[in-house]
Design a protein around this ligand. Structure first.
Ligand code: XMP
Length: 171
C-alpha cells in the first residue's frame, strides 16, 4: 500500500521543540513523569523528552482496544508491567493520536485513581471530526483530517512505524 506524506520530519522536529519549551515552562520545579502509551508513541517519546530540559521520569503503559463480540462497545485492556509509580507525581500522558478520545480519557481517570497529583495530556496528532469522548488534550502537535495515518510510530498491522514522517495510508 502507498503512503502519501502528510507531515514531514522537519515539521515534526520543529513542533516538538515548541512543545518541549512549553512543557518545560509549565513543569519547572514539579515532579514530572511522562507516561507514554505503547506502541505508537515510542518514537514521539524519544524525540519529545530530548526537548524537555528539566528533571523527569518516563514510564510506559500498553493500551489495546478490543471490539466486543457480544457487546456493542469496545474494551480497553491495559498492561502496566512497565508503568511507574505515579502517586503524588505530576503526570503527562503521551499518546500518538487522539481519535475517538476513549484511550486518553480512560487512562487519565486510571492515573488519577492511582494517586497522580495531576494528569495532563499530550498527543502528536489530533484527528478532526472523530471524537466521541469530550477530552481536550493540553498539548497537541498537529491537527489532521479524518484519514488513516502511519509512520513516526503509527502502524498498520504493525508495519510502517519506522517511517520518519507521518503519511496517509492509501488503499
Ligand atoms: P482513540 O479512539 O481511543 O484511539 O482516541 C487512539 C488509538 O487508536 C489508534 N489509531 C490509529 N492508529 N493510525 C494509526 O496507526 C490512525 O490513523 C489511527 N487512529 C487511531 C492508535 O493506536 C491510538 O493510540
Amino acid at each position: 500500500m502507498a503512503v502519501t506524506p502528510l507531515i514531514n520530519e522537519t515539521e515534526i522536529r520543529e513542533r516538538l521543540v515548541e512543545l518541549g519549551r512549553r512543557i518545560e515552562a509549565d513543569y519547572t520545579g514539579r515532579p514530572l513523569t511522562i507516561v507514554a502509551v505503547l506502541t505508537g508513541s515510542l518514537v514521539a517519546l524519544a524525540d519529545l523528552i530530548r526537548q524537555i530540559h528539566i528533571p523527569l521520569r518516563v514510564g510506559l503503559v500498553q493500551a489495546s482496544s478490543y471490539r466486543g463480540a457480544t457487546t456493542s462497545g469496545t474494551t480497553l485492556v491495559l498492561n502496566e508491567t512497565f508503568a511507574p509509580d505515579v502517586a503524588g507525581r505530576d503526570v503527562l500522558l503521551l499518546d500518538d493520536i487522539l481519535d475517538t478520545g476513549r484511550t486518553l480519557a480512560t487512562l487519565v481517570e486510571h492515573l488519577k485513581d492511582r494517586g497522580a497529583a495531576s494528569v495532563r495530556t499530550v498527543v502528536l496528532l489530533r484527528k478532526v471530526g472523530r471524537q466521541v469522548v469530550p477530552i481536550e488534550p493540553d498539548y497537541h502537535g498537529f491537527l489532521i483530517p479524518d484519514a488513516f495515518v502511519v509512520g513516526y510510530g503509527l502502524d498498520y498491522n504493525d508495519e510502517y512505524r519506522h517511517l520518519p514522517f507521518v503519511g496517509v495510508l492509501e488503499e
